[in-house]
Design a protein around this ligand. Sequence first.
Ligand SMILES: Cc1cc2nc3c(=O)[nH]c(=O)nc-3n(C[C@H](O)[C@H](O)[C@H](O)COP(=O)(O)OP(=O)(O)OC[C@H]3O[C@@H](n4cnc5c(N)ncnc54)[C@H](O)[C@@H]3O)c2cc1C
Length: 377
Amino acid sequence: MNTSPTPRIAVIGAGPGGLTCARILQLHGIDVTVHDHASGPDARDQGGTLDLHEDNGQIALREAGLLEEFFRLSRPEGQEMRQLDPQGTLLFHHTAGEGDRFKPEIDRGQLRDLLLNSLRPGTVRWGRTLEAVAGPEEGPRQLHFADGTTVEADLVIGADGAWSRVRRALSPAVPRYTGVSFLEAWFHDVENRHPYIAQLVGQGSATAADGDRALFAQRSSGDHIRVYVIQRVPADWITASGLTVQDTDGIRALLLERFRDWSPALRRLIGDNDGRYVDRPIHALPVPHTWDHNPTVTLLGDAAHLMPPLGVGVNLAMLDACELALALANHHCVDDALRAYEKTLLPRSTEMQRLLDGGAEHLLSTELPDFARQEEA
Ligand SMILES: Cc1cc2nc3c(=O)[nH]c(=O)nc-3n(C[C@H](O)[C@H](O)[C@H](O)COP(=O)(O)OP(=O)(O)OC[C@H]3O[C@@H](n4cnc5c(N)ncnc54)[C@H](O)[C@@H]3O)c2cc1C
């Protein structure tokens, strides 16, 4: 059991979870190194926007001392939400009230920079792809990287996302395809080049669904709009159709045929996009995903509880990270800290996993969300 006053802590993954954990540890005077397989901070496409909620993501940012800076960068007007039917009729429209800061939007890249720039220089080691965690359970652990190097650590924190390598040290679980796929499309310089789409989406998001298909369009800062074409399809639907993801014209023709009954205005969300589509089949971990306590390895975020993307993933990753860092700051030994963290984490993530199990299907549902019905009443 590691009771060293200065355990060597390695976080694997510089996503929102890993960076939040490192920031809060450093604020409490605890040394940490983050390893990420990306070659540098800008190597991975950070496109798109997400909302950080008052009751999880924002709690973590407050502990990280970054909440005011987040509010300065975020877009409360991005909370605007429209739901349409496939014919383009507006069913529901929500706009954020004055001073509403329940879940303002921020670009993923801005959030990443906010967290990254708050860390001591050199905290993140880029270009380090973890292959395996070795060594005895009680430690020290050896981290084997794809570049042939090995690093020793007393605590390994797996913040390495959906396809976590750290998870293998704790559990045999692997993510499964949910049966629902997102295809991402982008529109740039929307006010000038795609004004009809800018108007349709407003300052936040617009959705439409018919039970089998859905469109979800969302504005980012800098005059960009991202659209997800959501379909219940086999994971290999593009190749099964004789296409490749690079074949933009072929995919576009296929989609326009599949959405042929939809209004011309909504079909423009599929057909007028700039650049290529990005294929994002949606996976989730089996429910519940738990593991037996281990004194030298733990998980947070998607590595611990990958769920369908219903707007909570980043928020939960940051809350996990915050609670783990505070547990380490408040306990004398790592083992006690992990026990305290997992005592809260595992029941919470089990509950959320159960709530969102099959949730990818809800994205296709024609029903208004509960909060929309409440607002209408
Ligand atoms: C299409 C889609 C839309 C989504 N939209 C939203 C949304 O609007 N709101 C929301 O809250 N959530 C959303 N999510 C979920 C959200 O993206 C994740 O829940 C969140 O990013 C999890 O954060 P994380 O820090 O746990 O992992 P990640 O963000 O996945 O970060 C993991 C990091 O680990 C690194 N890494 C991976 N493997 C290794 C390795 N072997 N060695 C070293 N480094 C490694 C990666 O480079 C990455 O930097 C969406 C997900 C999808 C798929």
